[in-house]
Design a protein around this ligand. Structure first.
Ligand code: ZN
Length: 163
């Protein structure tokens, strides 16, 4: 089990497999010397008495190792890059500048960007076409609208896409 927390007065240790399922144990004189040297994340073997008051009293505790503490960047920053773990000065971005640049220039992202631009162009051409048709209202025959729309669309596209 793991030491998940130690009370400020060191009279109680919160021990368990994880913080959620850990319990507070009361330090007794028998183990006081050992518990004094323990720190959070130490892996321990414990024996405890459950007294009538429902509390657990440590009768034996032995350190058998220490759990790896999650790597934290040096310094005081509590914000880190999602991708490389580098410290960030605030939480404005979830990843650091280098990772952002890498992401921005990745093939996937460049493709996405190209598709987005093409969609925007198509929408613009569609708008031009419909505006032109509206302005031609009354001057063109209903039967010809489809072919006129097509002609306009092609014309606008050639203008926009410079082909
Ligand atoms: Zn990064």
């Amino acid at each position: 089990m793991k030491i998940c927390a130690i009370s400020a007065d060191k009279q109680f240790l919160k021990i368990g497999e994880s913080f959620e399922d850990s319990r507070w144990y009361t330090v007794t004189d028998t183990v006081k010397e050992t518990t004094g040297t323990l720190v959070r994340n130490d892996i321990v073997e414990v024996e405890a008495d459950k007294k009538d008051d429902g509390k657990l009293y440590l009768t034996k505790i032995k350190k058998i190792g220490s759990a790896p503490v999650l790597p934290k960047s040096p310094g005081t920053s509590k914000y880190t890059c999602d991708k490389c773990g580098k410290a960030l000065k605030d939480d404005t971005y979830s990843s650091c500048y280098a990772c952002n640049q890498k992401e921005k220039n990745s093939p996937e992202n460049l493709d996405r960007e190209a598709i987005k631009q093409a969609t925007i162009r198509r929408q613009a051409i569609g708008h031009m076409t419909s505006r032109a048709l509206i302005s031609l209202q009354g001057q063109i025959e209903v039967n010809n609208i489809a072919s006129i729309a097509e002609t306009l669309y092609k014309k606008f596209r050639s203008l926009v896409e410079d082909k």
